[in-house]
Ligand binder design. Sequence first.
Ligand SMILES: [Cu+2]
Length: 134
Amino acid sequence: MSATGARAAGGALSRRSVLLGAAGTGVAGALTAGLAGCAAAKPDPVPSDTGVEPAVTVQAIDNRYEPAEVEIAEGQAVRWVFAGTNKHDVVAEDGSFVSELIAEGEYVHVFETAGEFPYDCSIHPEMTGRVVVR
Ligand SMILES: [Cu+2]
């Protein structure tokens, strides 16, 4: 009777270590996926354009873009001015313009092709804007 009990306990123990091993692999896999997700969240910054007179200025303030939508012609530039207490950035959905995350300063981008370019702030999902190029 005691021998049967010992065998049963041994069986339970080995099953548990197998389960723990599988769980450990799962955690490592989830961590790897999480890091990959962060890296993909914000594309590399695109340098600010210089030597152009912007057609419109958008204020990036806490926590919105003002105005949220601007319309320009092909070849014109938009300037974003960062103000307020929080850091913000401008990240195009297609990665064509991406600013640094800053609390103060400005970012300029020339739009060479017509289209609609939605963008947002990488740390404030509620901050969204759109540049329409005619
Ligand atoms: Cu922001």
